[in-house]
Design a protein around this ligand. Sequence first.
Ligand SMILES: Cc1ncc(COP(=O)(O)O)c(C=O)c1O
Length: 419
Amino acid sequence: MLRYFFLTKQGSPLSEKTRYYQQAVESLLDSDQKRALVRREDSGGLWELPDASAHRRVLNLASNDYLNLSHDSRLLEAVRGVSTTAAGSSRLLSGNLDYHLELESKLSGYLGGESALVFGAGYLANLAVLSALPSRNDVVFSDKLIHASAIDGIMLSRARHRRFRHNDTQHLESLLRDEQERISDGSKLFIVVESLYSMDGDFAPLSEISELAESFNAILVVDEAHAIGVIGPEGRGLVASLGLQERVDVITGTLSKALAAYGGFAVCRAHIREYLINSARPFIYNTALPPMQAVAASVALDLLCKNGTSGLCQNGTLGSQLLERAESMRKFLSDRGIPTLASASQIIPIPMPDAARAVLLASRMAERGILTPAIRAPTVPKGSERLRLSLTLAHTVSHLEEVADALAEEIDSISGKGT
Ligand SMILES: Cc1ncc(COP(=O)(O)O)c(C=O)c1O
């Protein structure tokens, strides 16, 4: 059989079969959409790039290790004490270990829910909950900005999916009314939102949304991935800090951000947990969370929560310290005439006129040793490109001033105002 080969730019043979992918990547390059992996060496909350001559410090404003716990000696020591690297199989086979059960008990206590179920990742938690709970005859209403993992779950459920404008409760209500007239008996309604939006750093109007859920008898799912550990006096998230635990049916979240580990979870009523165990494919067909990750998250919860298992959390200082620092950063930026989107959290987006200038500014900042990534479509809608600053407790106030100064200089230089 005749085989055709082409040479790539690097000189290796390229099969005709897979040529499509090379062309696709080239067209991404042409439209400033190509993403690339950058090698990283671990150096605590900051970042070091391996350089041919010397290590160069990079201030990392792209990390979700919000409380800077990933290098905390208490977490590291606890992980070293774990006797196994892997659970070895799915929870329903032989992988259900005390590490998982202990973490679930802490999570439900911490977030004020009846029970919790952990998953292999935050992505899998959303995929599991939103593919298993809604079914073909149901309708899911979601905020336009919910995370890709939630969208993928909804698509897998085959339910009808209606998206409402970001944080627009009037739009949500009109869609709910519209669908209420059409749905058949027995169909369920779901509302899916994040409490703290990952790309905008703003909060959902959760009290109003939970009232709508109640009046339309809709099941309310709230992704608290970015709020856990940070928001609320004890870092217990927005749902708990607004006292909405009884009104929210499922909280999903990740262990990979403020809890400095890896994995995901759902906090919900016990019968929903049982249902998920029996029907959620990302739970049934996935190897159980590695015990080391469960232990790291468990210890992080203890640090946030003086009395980790009872849910009587006393220590809210880490999250509030971070929010104070974010407030200072917003002031540093506004003092220098740099606009930000309406964020009230540790996530501070700086709007950019287009993708090309977002990428240019991010690369100029990187040359100065500051990582402030450009966020473009498809992560955010076209026309809403931005630089996203993600603050952690690794950043000191003087780091933040340095970042604001550098941004001001580079923005001036790009817009032709520089000297
Ligand atoms: C809002 C939101 N939900 C879910 C996830 C997925 O979490 P994980 O990274 O643990 O898979 C993320 C991750 O970035 C997220 O931002």
